[in-house]
Write a new protein. Structure first.
Length: 276
């Protein structure tokens, strides 16, 4: 998607190297830990043979395997917590509290809102934002990052539900339309925090002021928070399903952002080598 002759300083490779590298004065291509430096070196070697986008894709693929393994491990810990009635002790009280504040109008509004994070609404929103960012930046990076982020959250949802098979709240406690798949993890909660998180990250890379960064983070956080809580309000998920989805989403986002930082690192080094 890059066209060097038509790029502005904010577009294509130049835009990535000049605009995406620094956030609040922090250089994303600097790795302070030995592990980070080792990852950067490995990404550099991959880039030498396959190119920077290949390095990004391979890093994301490895991260996806790690994320699925983390999901399985997290599920085992989660199941133990539920059996021990630790955090899960909040499930029934929170559901009862939600039922106490329900009303026909609020039910309708919440149902409409939660549909935004469903299997139709969320992909449409994500694709629209992805295309806008890719065209505006003349870069495939937003496409790769958003597709990877969405695919990872989808796989964790698809694999997690049958693996643990947790029962949703009783239909008598839920607001229609009813859902019948397994309860853990909450797909709406997982997908919304991942998509909102990666969009916020891509926006933060380009905004210039602290105020704009704070607004971006607040908007993304409120969206993910309210989407998850709407699932509890409607009686479609237990609170712990939502908490688990948020934790998995944050872990996966961290891996995706790390992959992008590695990509930026090799892009920056290559750009400097060309200039010199």
């Amino acid at each position: 998607m890059t066209t060097e002759g038509r790029e502005t300083p904010e577009q294509g490779v130049r835009g990535e190297v000049q605009q995406d590298r620094f956030v609040a004065g922090q250089d994303l291509t600097r790795w302070k830990s030995p592990i980070g430096r080792a990852l950067a070196s490995a990404a550099q070697r991959i880039t030498t043979f396959l190119g920077p986008y290949a390095a990004l894709i391979i890093t994301l693929a490895v991260g996806l395997v790690i994320a699925v393994a983390l999901a399985a491990t997290f599920g085992e810990v989660y199941e133990s917590v539920v059996d021990a009635d630790g955090v899960a002790g909040l499930d029934h009280p929170v559901l009862e509290a939600a039922k106490a504040v329900r009303s026909p109008a609020l039910d309708a509004v919440t149902t409409a809102y939660t549909n935004i994070g469903g299997t139709v609404g969320m992909p449409l929103i994500a694709v629209a934002i992805m295309i806008f960012l890719a065209v505006r930046r003349k870069s495939w990076t937003p496409v790769i990052l958003m597709l990877a982020a969405g695919l990872g959250s989808l796989l964790m949802t698809i694999l997690g539900k049958p693996l643990f098979g947790r029962t949703r709240p009783d239909l008598s406690d839920a607001i229609p339309p009813y859902e019948h798949s397994a309860s853990f993890p909450s797909g709406h909660s997982l997908n919304s925090i991942v998509i909102a998180g990666i969009v916020a990250y891509l926006v933060i890379l380009r905004v210039k002021t602290a105020k704009a960064r704070v607004i971006t983070i607040v908007v993304a956080s409120v969206f993910a928070l309210t989407m998850g809580l709407s699932r509890v309000y409607l009686g479609h998920h237990w609170l712990t399903d939502v908490l688990a989805a948020w934790a998995l989403g944050i872990a996966w986002l961290s891996l995706v952002i790390t992959a992008h930082r590695l990509y930026l690192t090799v892009r920056t080094r290559h750009h400097k080598a060309v200039l010199s």
